[in-house]
Design a protein around this ligand. Structure first.
Ligand code: NAG
Ligand code: NAG
Ligand code: NAG
Ligand code: NAG
Ligand code: NAG
Ligand code: NAG
Ligand code: NAG
Length: 670
């Protein structure tokens, strides 16, 4: 072995040579970022969107563990009421009953548990949860309602294995009174032992001798693990933590198609999602299952509070997915419902709906609503007349009412300027690109031609199909994949360049239940087992760009090279740092980049400030751009590297970015 003895400065030259100008990189881009002359961006550039699509609400972020807890339907012609999820324990006979004295008008059905005269000592029923339940040594909070004569001393609530029957935790719930009225029982349950997997059930059993030959009726059987910020009726901790790490700024809810409903009578009636759970009838969901409405309007607002999000409240615009529409003579019904909803959220306690919020829900302080979207994809849903009528009388009716009553609210029409709607000022539009990565990349300039009067929300976006893929049922990828995620990054850089024309952008759908899904694309996938709560390639890209959101753009000029295959934007963040954000797509070789922050160059000249530093974060992926994060493999194909860079004279930072990479260079504080 031969040891070369190089002097340190020669090493530095060699290192600089390899990192700045690798032999293979003859692509160069030299850029100057000016400190002034940019535009102020939307304060809510990156956010979230949610609707209950295939159990991302019930069985997803809504932490309720019991499936079909109150035998709801919302539309019995579509979803017959069933005992789905329930099974008998020790020979009890379970049946659905529509009693003459139901628990509430909203919950007409209940489960009758009959005890045969020759049964075991204890009997009852169990629930399988949403494809299992996570059992840990932690406090579970439960409740149920019972009606009927029971001579026993207590009910027993327990969590147990569905595979072996092993009981992990159990608690006795003492009987208060038995009789012909519904009685509510609340209990806590702390298992002594964690379950080895999520194949578990929750059971309620009781003393058969106490009812022998008779029966008891049960309803609204509920069990929650600890929730995010310990909210009663709250949200799942692991999913909320993953969302919080994206540092989002807004939440668009409750949809999506969810808002519209399948038929005219089954739209998302906000007034039926509030208050005591026993007064929520539930809804006919539009993704193949009925909904509990446990994740209702107030829970969405609390989600916003807990993650410090600006609500983008979508209100129903009088259209159903089957094409049903309110005629012009009845559109005021939908407008009135929206105005009532606004009063419920933002009115003080002296108003009718504000009073209901304050007195029934104890939320005396009104919420703030700054953004309201009228409908969802009205250019697409509703058959041939849907869009025409949206333009003709549906949107105008809302526009007029809101201009009069809530002129300070930013209204958003559900189509965008790209969908063929001229949107009246000062309303914005909503654009939903579900594209191939190539089309994401070629949309980089799409917003350049717009003006600030064409304000647009990107209320849903994702790379869905690989290049060349077509059609909703075409060759969708099984999960977000690296090449698709880089395509999204470039689209987002294009938006950030035009941050003064954009209301905000969100991936959709952000959550996916691994047991039941319609859309393969997601940021976070989950199941009953929290170990399966995993992050897609797109999550990492949106997180990097979202946590460095530009609040003011800075002009960039190229002295060598230009846009493509390096796509970029520069600006300031809310932290006061300067950022340069870039991604490489379709490059046959790495791209050598130099970025001069001209403002920093000035500062560096000052005697007290000798060197300026910046942190370069680069996301790279696998060689095969179709690779993805597979929750069952627990792999992460996205690699993140962070490097501290020193500026050369004039505030110049130099680095090389490989094909299919996403990078953010952020200047460090003083
Ligand atoms: C008693 O319980 C056992 C175990 O769950 C079950 O196999 C059996 O069928 C029950 N007996 C009756 C009479 O239901
Ligand atoms: C039970 O667990 C096994 C693996 O431990 C899994 O394959 C199966 O799907 C689980 N079943 C349910 C109902 O969760
Ligand atoms: C998701 O919901 C759709 C209904 O929109 C249904 O057709 C599909 O089977 C569901 N997906 C799964 C995996 O259950
Ligand atoms: C909720 O409001 C709608 C009209 O906006 C109305 O049709 C419905 O009856 C209301 N629900 C209840 C339970 O009052
Ligand atoms: C990327 O390269 C492929 C193959 O040359 C080409 O078909 C495609 O249009 C390119 N996409 C973009 C966005 O440049
Ligand atoms: C953008 O807004 C301007 C001013 O309101 C309008 O004239 C123009 O048609 C809008 N552009 C598009 C593409 O709709
Ligand atoms: C600021 O907006 C103006 C007008 O739309 C535009 O010409 C200019 O390029 C923008 N500057 C930056 C740095 O984005």
């Amino acid at each position: 072995m031969v040891h070369f003895h190089l002097n340190p400065s020669l090493w530095a030259v060699l290192l600089a040579f390899t990192s700045l100008q690798p032999c293979s990189a003859d692509k160069r881009v030299d850029l100057i970022v000016r400190p002034d002359g940019g535009n102020v961006s939307s304060p809510i550039m990156y956010g979230l969107m949610h609707e209950d699509i295939n159990n991302s609400g019930d069985g997803g972020i809504y932490a309720e563990l019991i499936r079909n807890r109150a035998f709801q339907s919302g539309d019995e012609s579509r979803y017959p009421v069933t005992l789905d999820g329930w099974s008998a324990v020790n020979g009890a006979k379970l049946s659905l009953k529509k009693l003459s004295q139901p628990l509430s008008a909203a919950l007409p059905y209940s489960m009758n548990v009959a005890v045969p005269s020759s049964s075991n000592k204890t009997v009852g029923f169990a629930n399988a949860g949403y494809w299992g339940m996570d059992v840990k040594v932690q406090k579970y909070t439960g409740s149920f309602y019972v009606k009927g004569a029971y001579q026993g001393k207590s009910f027993t609530a327990s969590l147990q294995s569905a595979l072996t029957g092993e009981v992990f935790g159990t608690t006795k719930v003492p009987v208060q009174k038995a009789g012909n009225d519904w009685v509510k029982y609340d209990f806590n349950l702390v298992p002594e032992k964690a379950a080895p997997n999520s194949n578990n059930t929750f059971a309620i059993t009781f003393d058969a001798a106490g009812v022998r030959g008779g029966s008891l009726d049960f309803n609204l059987i509920s069990l929650f693990p600890p929730t995010y910020k310990n909210r009663p009726n709250g949200l799942r901790v692991d999913i909320m933590e993953a969302l919080a790490a994206l540092k989002p700024k807004f939440l668009r809810f409750p949809g999506g198609n969810m808002l519209e409903g399948n038929t005219l009578p089954t739209w998302w009636k906000w007034n039926e999602t509030i208050g005591d759970l026993k007064n929520r009838p539930g809804r006919a969901g539009v993704w193949g299952y009925p909904l509990s409405a446990g994740l209702g309007l107030v829970e969405y607002m609390q989600w916003c509070e807990d993650l410090n999000l600006e609500p983008i409240l979508a209100v129903w615009s009088g259209l159903a997915l089957d094409g049903g529409e309110l005629p012009e003579s009845r559109i005021d019904e939908a407008v009135q419902s929206a105005l009532d909803e606004l009063e419920f959220l933002t009115g003080d306690a002296s108003t009718h709906w504000g009073g209901i919020r304050a007195s029934i829900l104890g939320h005396t302080r009104p919420w703030k609503i700054r953004y309201v979207e009228i409908g969802n994809e009205d250019w697409l849903g509703g058959g041939s007349t849907g869009f025409e009528n949206y333009k003709k009388y549906r949107f105008p009716a809302f526009f007029k009412a809101f201009q009069e009553k809530y002129p300070e609210i930013q209204l958003i029409a559900s189509p965008s300027v790209f969908d063929g709607m001229t949107i009246p000022k000062p309303a914005g539009g909503d654009y939903h690109p579900y594209l191939t990565p190539d089309n994401m990349v070629s949309s980089f300039n799409k917003f350049d031609s717009l003006t600030r009067d064409n304000l647009t929300l990107i209320g849903e976006a994702a790379s869905t199909h690989p290049n060349g893929g077509i059609g909703w049922s075409g060759n969708l990828m099984p999960f977000p994949w690296w090449g698709g995620s880089v395509g999204e990054a470039i689209f987002l850089l294009g938006l950030e360049r035009n941050g003064d024309k954009v209301i905000g952008a969100t991936y959709a759908p952000g959550l996916r239940n691994l047991n039941r899904w319609q859309w393969a694309m997601t940021q976070i996938q989950h199941a009953a087992d929290p170990a399966l709560t995993t992050l897609s390639t797109s999550y990492y890209v949106w997180k990097l760009l979202g946590t460095t959101a530009i609040t003011k753009t800075l002009p960039v000029t190229a002295t060598t090279g230009g846009i493509g295959p390096l796509y970029y934007v520069a600006g300031e963040t809310e932290r006061g740092s300067s950022v340069f954000k870039a991604a490489v797509y379709n490059s046959t070789e790495p791209v050598a980049v130099s970025v001069q922050f001209a403002g920093l160059g000035e500062k560096v000249k000052q005697p007290h400030k000798k060197t300026a530093t910046a942190t370069l974060t680069v996301l790279t992926g696998p060689t095969n751009p179709y690779e993805y994060n597979d929750p069952w493999k627990h792999n992460n194909v996205v690699k993140e590297t962070k490097t501290k860079l020193n500026a050369k004279e004039g505030g110049i930072f130099s680095f090389t970015l490989p094909q299919l990479s996403v990078a953010v260079l952020e200047t460090d504080g003083e």
